[in-house]
Design a binder for this molecule. Sequence first.
Ligand SMILES: C[S@@+](CC[C@H](N)C(=O)[O-])C[C@H]1O[C@@H](n2cnc3c(N)ncnc32)[C@H](O)[C@@H]1O
Length: 487
Amino acid sequence: MGHKEYELTYKDKASVGEVLSTAAKPLAALKSSREESTWRNILITAENLHGLASLIEMKKQGKLLCADGSPGARLIYIDPPFSTRLEFKGKKSQKAYKDKTVGAEFVESLRRRLILLKELLTDDGSIFVHLDWKKAHYIKVVMDEVFGEENFLNDIVWSYGGRGAKHIAGQFSRNHDIILWYKRGGRHIFNQLTVGRRVAKKGSGFKQDESGRWFKTSPRGDYTDESMEALEKEGRVYTTRNGTMRVKYFLREDGEHLVEDKLVGDVWDDIPDAMHLSETEKTGYPTQKPEALLERVIRAASNPGDIVLDCFAGAGTALVAAEKLGRRWAGIDSGTLAGHTIEKRLLTIASTKSLDDPKKKYGKACRPFDVLGTLEHSGENCCDAHGHTPSVKCRYDIDDASGECVVKIERFSSPGSGLKGMEALSSVAIDFCFDGETMKTDLFATAAELEAKGYELRFPLESIKGEVLIVFTDIFGHEKWFVGELA
Ligand SMILES: C[S@@+](CC[C@H](N)C(=O)[O-])C[C@H]1O[C@@H](n2cnc3c(N)ncnc32)[C@H](O)[C@@H]1O
């Protein structure tokens, strides 16, 4: 037995072998889309320990492949509970999740997921673990053990600002999170990123050369005389009045502004926290992270077609950013509210902002994805795992003049919610030819879209190809499944 220099011990620490023997629970496809596709993105609505075990089986069976054929996820991002001892609720007080696990139990529960996640990475994959001051340093040591100290890449400080003004007695205000980045081993993907800092030309202090190009300068640093000569030929050497040679960096012009491209380092202070999200980005899910943060992670550590995995998906920010950046994705979350928030967000992605140009809409529908769940969640006629089925009163008519089928929601309520009128309604989805097992979303409407149309849904009669399934979902994520013949 080799002698370890140091070792991490704590109460109830399982062996790696025990963790790897975690059983996968059978998963059923609860929802899907009708489109054929060589790859379908995956949303698992289950406890992630079992969800990860299922994904490991899929990887072994060659069913979890990046577009280039590599088995596994090229990038994992997780934002687990931070051990805050709090219970998180949605914007309308819906229960989201509890974050009550503390001490060694918290450390061990995350370690078990990390051991399984390592199995899911491609050989050249990497993992980002988002935490804060409470547990990041404990988990750093765990990650050194699970992934190897030599595979540590960065501890990124996300300095989100915003709350900086809040005074905490006797200490500095806490306004950053810590994101630990490790590779699985060997070479990993790293795309160096830059951010453009815009400054007004006037008063910027930058110089212009004879041909009017704006530039900044830096000391020659390690440049050899030979390199300086080469730079001189490119017009990139600036000599100060006292004869010191400096290197010129040209700046981009944008109207009356200059754009200075800076390399992204390990302190990210240009992405404000979720309180500053635009109304179109806010989902109402607590602890939602900004798409801009996930965009940076995904662009840096993966390429289009790579699988991005998040097993604490929450409002699905990583999945949405992956979708918009042309990556494949797999997400897991055990929460009812989380599952519904993710589905709704993906099915309405076209009207959200583009990551390439935030002034424009993304404009495209999401690619096909399957919602997988443990069998006890699926049910004939009604999906009511928690005894909270919403109650719906609907009228179904045929409009002879237009040849349309009309579904009119007359009343909707959520038991025990105290919400009146249609306040509790979140969305309606329709499958025009239900196979009795998996809901295929042919039509999806949000409560806001329904309200604008007097809570009436119209579709051509000929779209109906068999038994129709209508899924009514409330703002808590609870569903009422109605199956019937409409035509
Ligand atoms: C901090 S939130 C993630 C927020 C997410 N990054 C976003 O931007 O919306 C953590 C999520 O982990 C989920 N979660 C916690 N423990 C879990 C478990 N054991 N299995 C599956 N999901 C879990 C919670 O339901 C919650 O949605």
